[in-house]
Design a binder for this molecule. Sequence first.
Ligand SMILES: NC(=O)c1ccc[n+]([C@@H]2O[C@H](COP(=O)([O-])OP(=O)(O)OC[C@H]3O[C@@H](n4cnc5c(N)ncnc54)[C@H](OP(=O)(O)O)[C@@H]3O)[C@@H](O)[C@H]2O)c1
Length: 304
Amino acid sequence: MLKKGQNILITGASSGIGQALAVHYARNGAKNLFICGRNADRLNETRVLCQKFGTNVHAAIIDVTDRELVRNWLNECEKIADINLIIANAGVSSVTETPENIRNTFNTNVFGVINTVLPAIDIYKARRERLLGQKDNANSSLDQFIARTKAKKKAFFRNPFSRKYLGDIGCELYKNDNKSIAIVSSIAGYHGLPACPSYSASKACVKAWGAALRGQLKPFGINVSVICPGFVKSRITDQNTCPMPFFMPADKAAAIIAARLEKNVGLIAFPWPLRFAAWLVSILPERLSGLIYNRLPEKVSDKS
Ligand SMILES: NC(=O)c1ccc[n+]([C@@H]2O[C@H](COP(=O)([O-])OP(=O)(O)OC[C@H]3O[C@@H](n4cnc5c(N)ncnc54)[C@H](OP(=O)(O)O)[C@@H]3O)[C@@H](O)[C@H]2O)c1
């Protein structure tokens, strides 16, 4: 789905997974990269790494918890180039669950994602309307188009052998206009974890939201994917002292994410053994899952 020469926006690209994704896309021919973070030195490091591949890098110091700032930034980026992929990656994880840390975790991991995704949807919908206005016949509004597509889909299910439905479902008008949103959740989002209650809850929230948005935005030609990594080398995992099974370097994680985004996979959860274990425990009766989760070690042990 994402070809060379695309324009990609990544929040939280100053380190870890976000930085690795930026470098990956730069290496693979992204035309414009829009990146943000709060730390100027680290963000600049990402900018320099990406520019080596000839990509136009637009770096901005943005705190994703600032709703208006994020919206304005996205709108400014869209003015420079039509964005094809928006990755809401910025996130935090705290070692201790103080009231302040809990609020900061939800503000960044949930509202930071909302602050990024809502303007992304508006931008994509506006572009779709613009393209429809340009290429479809003069009286084709977005609502009429959706109604027509739905009617043709219904017709298809009544008579799958009819070829009438093909025109609109194929969405020829903007087939080449990629519009994707990726939300970075976590394997920790499969269940509330006693070792990190607010972090796992924040990730569960955006995981569910992203899954729902995928269905809701499909008729608008917007692809939504939720990314649930396991343990990846980053400033977050650098704090951990607990065992981290299947720990992987950030560039490997970025390659996996990019490959699956390209195939428009809805739930990108990896590595598979962790994904399977998290899913299995999440469907167990609470007494059993509680027994397992309560035995998991603290992320950062007091004894370390
Ligand atoms: N590493 C893992 O094992 C793992 C596993 C599952 C999910 N994740 C998720 O992956 C995402 C990236 O985390 P990471 O592991 O790569 O950790 P990281 O190295 O700490 O990267 C986090 C990024 O988010 C940015 N950020 C944090 N708060 C921000 C804010 N308020 N406004 C703007 N940017 C902000 C940071 O930039 P500044 O420091 O410059 O502000 C940094 O670039 C997070 O959502 C995390 O929850 C990570």
